[in-house]
Design a binder for this molecule. Structure first.
Ligand code: ZN
Ligand code: ZN
Length: 185
């Protein structure tokens, strides 16, 4: 059986959170990210200031075009942009053991603003992803009228639709109707 290491699963959670945040802000620029960030384990999210949450929105929106383009970018271009973003962040790594999850790396000091901490986590996860897989695991939903980004963690990279289950089902229904129509004609 394949067991993901703690680091690997943390990486996946952060990448998935980045994708969810991106899609949510693309749908609605006034989206409140606090519940999502709390859910995925950003322990400072429940108490972070409203100003920090606003900055999360501004910063994710500023990255929106880049993240939307990820599936089409080659690894070098994506790496260049991520490196540029990393230089803007107050990254000072340390090993921390808290919250009963065992020792892990914090990329920012405890004094960092919440939005800096979150952006550092996201950008470091994205940096790792680009080093490991380039951009091949990012895709855009294949459903008509859906531009959502997804991360494909399947072994054979078979994912075609975003996490909204309606996209897969309405596409299959449409295909089915098309097939029926062509059989009838
Ligand atoms: Zn921690
Ligand atoms: Zn979709």
């Amino acid at each position: 059986m394949y067991v993901a290491s703690v680091t690997e699963s943390e990486h996946r959670i952060t990448i998935d959170a980045m994708v969810d945040l991106h899609n949510s802000f693309a749908d609605d620029p006034s989206f409140d990210p606090r519940p999502l960030l709390s859910d995925v384990g950003f322990s400072r999210a429940p108490d972070a200031s409203a100003a920090s949450m606003n900055r999360v929105g501004q910063r994710m929106t500023a990255l929106g075009d880049f993240l939307a383009d990820l599936p089409d970018l080659d690894a070098e271009d994506a790496a260049a942009r991520v490196s540029e973003e990393l230089t803007e962040l107050p990254i000072t790594p340390s090993i921390v053991d808290h919250g009963g999850v065992g020792p892990h790396i914090h990329w920012t000091p405890p004094t960092a603003r919440f939005d800096d901490q979150m952006m550092a986590d996201v950008m470091m996860a994205l940096a790792q992803e680009i080093c490991d897989n380039g951009t091949i695991r990012f895709g855009t939903c294949a459903a008509t009228d859906c531009q959502r980004l997804f991360y494909d963690a399947t072994r054979n990279r078979s994912k075609k639709f975003c996490s909204d289950s309606r996209c897969a089902s309405r596409t299959h229904t449409a295909d089915h109707r098309r097939r029926q129509a062509s059989e009838a004609s």
